[in-house]
Write a new protein. Structure first.
Length: 434
């Protein structure tokens, strides 16, 4: 029996819980544990340190897209867990030096943050401080002020987190109280070190395009002033196989960034891929200037968006797209034989809607354009709202809704559907992952 993505995710949560449950029993530092405050703090420091290491390691593992993607198609859920561990799991590491300072009767601020290289012992303690510095930088920029930092600078700052694990692991054997006396603590340390080395090698391998497929640009065509069609042809016999609604990452050069794009169509005969993208940021503007024959590296496919259409092919469907968010739906609309399907397609103007003519020809009256900046066109105007769905749909509760577009548009649409008492399990949204 094939395991669902939801069950895979539950299994992942179970594995994480299993790796941390034994931790309180791996360190029995003092027989006076509950009668001596310093012993209690030393015990807490040991357990918190190992707990933080394990959760940090899980965060590192889950962030290795090239490996996790071999098992999970729903990378959005995995990335959410990765971010959750980065936000809350590292708190245990922050608490570790505080408990140690209290155990040794040291000033908490000085012991936690001020480097000390006076002795060999203090040097190894300072390796742990370096790990703390790296985590603090990443935690502050990711959990506290992420909304104020644009993606590219944030991404480069985020790489600092890669220093935290090796620094933390280096300082354990020399100064770890539990490491010197407890077999369980040693076991955790050695397993964590091996896992870190293996996944670091896998990340390094993926960095140099191993595991990615090489394609060449066959053609680029302008669909609108802002939207381009990109056709890619494989450079090797191995070809990517995808489910409709999935996305992939495109990378233009070694050490370059991979950016996610929905797969528009795939020619099963020759393996050619078609991607539609909007010229918006630096990457897509550079991509639009690449001539035919340029090599592009493809990583994927990922995602489970619209997979419900496979499980429930007779279900009436409503697609809600904003701008380039139309791409996961095009192949479904043009090739599916669903009994009833609708498209509510939001754009600024009639001219800015890619595929609008083709999709309207297919759907007829079930194509509903929604325009925000073109009052003269024959269309609905404004934004997605509850009365828009009640105006066209015989019974809003009878449909499954698939939403893809700007985050704000999807948020407003979800609220409108919930206002109509559409069950939440009938509302599906696309989430790209970086």
């Amino acid at each position: 029996m094939k395991m669902t993505e939801q069950n895979k995710y539950r299994l992942l949560i179970g594995l994480i819980v299993l790796t941390i449950l034994p931790l309180p029993f791996t360190s029995q530092i003092s027989m006076q544990l509950f009668t001596s405050a310093p012993s209690l703090m030393l015990y807490a420091s040991s357990v918190l340190g190992y707990l933080g290491i394990v959760l940090l390691l899980w965060m590192y593992v889950l962030g290795t897209k090239s490996v996790i993607g071999l098992y999970f198609r729903d990378m959005a859920s995995v990335m959410k867990l990765h971010k959750w561990l980065g936000t809350y799991g590292v708190v245990f590491i922050f608490a570790h030096p505080i408990a140690a300072a209290l155990a040794y009767g040291q000033n908490v601020i000085l012991y936690t943050f001020v480097p000390n290289l006076s002795t060999s012992y203090e040097i190894y303690v300072t390796w742990g401080r370096f790990a703390l510095y790296a985590l603090l930088i990443v935690w502050l920029t990711s959990a506290i002020v992420r909304g104020a930092i644009v993606y590219r600078p944030w991404k480069y700052i985020h790489y600092v987190a890669y220093l935290a694990l090796p620094f933390a692991l280096i300082h354990i054997p020399t100064i770890g109280t539990a490491f010197g006396s407890e077999k369980g603590a040693k076991f955790y340390f050695f397993v964590a070190t091996i896992v870190w080395v293996v996944f670091s090698l896998l990340r390094f391998r993926h960095l140099f395009m191993k595991g990615k497929l090489s394609y060449s640009i066959k053609s680029q065509q302008a669909a609108t002033d802002e939207i381009m069609y990109l056709t890619l042809t494989p450079n090797q016999p191995e070809r990517m196989s995808h489910f409709r609604g999935q996305f992939l990452y495109l990378q233009m050069n070694l050490l370059g960034e991979g950016h996610p794009f929905s797969i528009l169509q795939q020619d099963q005969a020759n393996g050619q891929l078609t991607v539609a993208y909007k010229k918006f940021g630096r990457f897509t503007k550079k991509l639009s200037r690449q001539p035919a024959g340029t090599t592009i590296f493809v990583d994927g496919p990922y995602g489970v968006f619209t997979e419900e259409l496979v499980d429930y092919p007779a279900t009436p469907v409503v697609y809600v797209a904003g701008g380039i968010g139309i791409t996961p739906f095009v192949d479904h609309i043009l090739t599916d034989t669903a009994e009833e399907q609708w498209l509510f397609y939001a754009n600024r103007t009639n001219a800015s809607g890619a595929f609008a003519g083709t999709l309207q020809a297919k759907l007829g009256d079930h194509f509903v354009p929604v325009l925000s900046n073109d009052a003269s066109a024959q269309a609905e105007h404004g934004y997605m709202r509850a009365e828009l769905f009640t105006k066209y749909l015989r019974d809003p509760h009878a449909y499954h809704y698939f939403l893809c577009g700007p985050a704000k548009m999807m948020e407003v649409t979800v609220l409108a559907l919930l206002e109509l008492n559409v069950p939440a399990e009938q509302i599906h949204t696309e989430e790209f992952t970086y």
